[in-house]
Design a protein. Structure first.
Length: 119
């Protein structure tokens, strides 16, 4: 096979390839590929947005639960614990005062101390 034959075959292959690339088939193939890539990109973006929105909503729900628990314990403390502590401090002060008086009087008149009912 001589060089002119090889050049002739290469030239025919090049013309055939150029004709194929310049045809409606190649244009449709390129359009289909670009459309599929674009559709995949849009689908992934939408899925990423849905996941992010779901995560934000879950985080908001967790924040609300934590706030509700904290608020409930604060209300419990304000309603019960604060009053109990104030009563305890007052009774402790009264008991200390009574003990101080008994030490000063040196058991002249024994006194009893009664604790108040808490509930």
């Amino acid at each position: 096979m001589n060089f002119d034959a090889i050049v002739g075959v290469a030239e025919a292959a090049l013309v055939w390839t150029w004709g194929l690339l310049n045809s409606n088939f190649s244009t449709a193939l390129a359009g289909a590929a670009a459309g599929a890539y674009g559709a995949q990109f849009i689908a992934e973006r939408n899925e990423r947005q849905r996941r992010l929105l779901r995560e934000i909503r879950s985080t908001n729900a967790a924040i609300i639960v934590a706030f509700s628990i904290t608020n409930m314990f604060y209300a419990l403390k304000r309603q019960y614990v604060k009053e109990l502590k104030e009563r305890f401090e007052k009774q402790k002060k009264d008991l200390d005062d009574l003990r101080q008086k008994q030490r000063e009087e040196f058991f002249r008149t024994p006194r009893t101390f009664e604790f108040m009912q808490i509930f």
